[in-house]
Design a protein around this ligand. Structure first.
Ligand code: SF4
Length: 375
């Protein structure tokens, strides 16, 4: 499988915890950005290649009008061989969608929406500097269903400042009550260069302790399972058949092409990142300069370690024989000791040639990944 990612870098306001490549107050760049994006797509050396998933992320893709998003999608279809059953996702901010916009998008062929809900609690939303209210979420989901979207994801964040287990439970229950096909439930990460990070450094941000964070994760597993969702990745849960195919491409370390500022591509073993700032992105497109900020060709054991790191995020785990065939390297022999130690520690389990994280290991994924990179 191969996927395409489109990065829309605009937001109405920068959220306090966000370190994504997104910018507020760049309205004047929207038009030249859209033109530049069309040009980047038109110049792709991968024209005519087959792609199975498209994902519009950001930033806030729904900052753009339904017609503009439809125009980009149409251009991608002209340029590439997009599978007739392709999963076509757009991230949506509940505070920036309209009934008409969602109708236009569905009509154009978008078939999956991922709402950045984050919380149903007005205080938590305010603290995060989100632009939407809990009512906007309910309305957005209603409009999406009325427009014909049959595949919805809701993103929630837990371990928020001052969040209690009870509040998290209430958020989860409200999300489940809206009956989305998919839920992404991430713990808050404090990233440098965010307002939250600086507040934390100054001792002004009170976060739930480790024990509460683990209880929140376990509660998410429990409530989603009771409601019929299957956890298929550390932070992702879905109804059967509604796993996010685009993200599965990342976790299986399969090829993808990225367009837009800061977008990452991984094709033919080479990975590269576009220049990040939209202004510079537009300038380079206009002057015909290369967009690549950095690139690397993965070789030796690096792509194997990466595939293990990403693949172990999925509860299905990684099949070592398949990995050996894919990279032509003696994976089982090379990692025998590491795998043995991780099993002893209770973080990995092995069934035949498939290794996967245990329930305890799900909490320690980064340490497990590190162990494979140390080899
Ligand atoms: S809406 Fe999303 S991308 Fe934009 S600032 Fe907030 S978290 Fe970041």
């Amino acid at each position: 499988m191969q996927g395409i990612y489109i990065h829309i870098p605009f937001c109405h306001r920068k959220c306090g915890y966000c370190d994504f490549n997104s910018y507020a107050s760049l309205d004047t760049l929207v038009k030249p950005f859209v033109e530049a994006l069309h040009r980047e797509i038109a110049q792709s050396p991968y024209a005519g290649e087959r792609f199975d998933t498209l994902f519009f992320g950001g930033g806030t893709p729904t900052y753009l009008s339904g017609e503009t998003l439809a125009g980009i999608l149409e251009h991608l279809r002209r340029q590439f061989d997009i599978a007739s059953d392709a999963e076509i996702t757009c991230e949506a901010n509940p505070g920036s969608v309209s009934r008409e916009q969602l109708r236009t998008m569905r009509h154009a062929g978008f078939n999956r929406l991922s709402f950045g809900v984050q919380s149903f609690d007005p205080d938590e939303l305010r603290r995060m500097e989100r632009i939407h209210t809990p009512e906007d979420v309910v309305q957005g989901v209603e409009w999406a269903r009325a427009a014909g979207f049959e595949n919805l994801n809701l993103d929630l964040i837990f371990a928020l400042p001052c969040q209690t287990l009870e509040r998290w439970e209430s958020n989860l229950r409200q999300a489940i009550a809206l009956q989305p096909e998919h839920l992404s439930l991430y713990a808050l990460m404090l990233e440098p260069n965010t307002r939250f990070y600086h507040l934390y450094q100054k001792g002004k941000l009170r976060l739930p302790d480790d024990e509460t964070q683990v209880a929140m994760f376990r509660l998410a597993q429990q409530l989603t399972a009771q409601a019929g969702y299957r956890q298929y990745e550390i932070s992702n849960y879905s109804r059967r058949g509604y796993e996010c195919r685009h993200n599965l491409i990342y976790w299986r370390n399969e090829p993808y092409l990225g367009f837009g500022p800061g977008a990452v591509s991984y094709m033919g073993g080479k990975r590269w990142t576009n220049i990040k700032h939209p202004r510079e992105y537009i300038r380079r497109i206009q002057s015909g300069e290369p967009l690549e900020l950095e690139w690397e060709r993965l070789s030796g054991w690096d792509p194997v370690a990466e595939t293990l790191m990403l693949g172990l995020r999925m509860l299905e785990g990684v099949d070592l024989t398949t990995l050996e065939a894919r990279f032509g390297l003696p994976v089982r022999e090379h990692y025998a000791e590491t795998i043995h130690k991780l099993i002893q520690r209770g973080w990995l389990e092995r069934q035949g040639d498939t290794i996967r994280l245990t329930q305890e290991g799900l909490l320690w994924h980064s340490e497990v990944a590190l162990a494979f990179f140390k080899e």
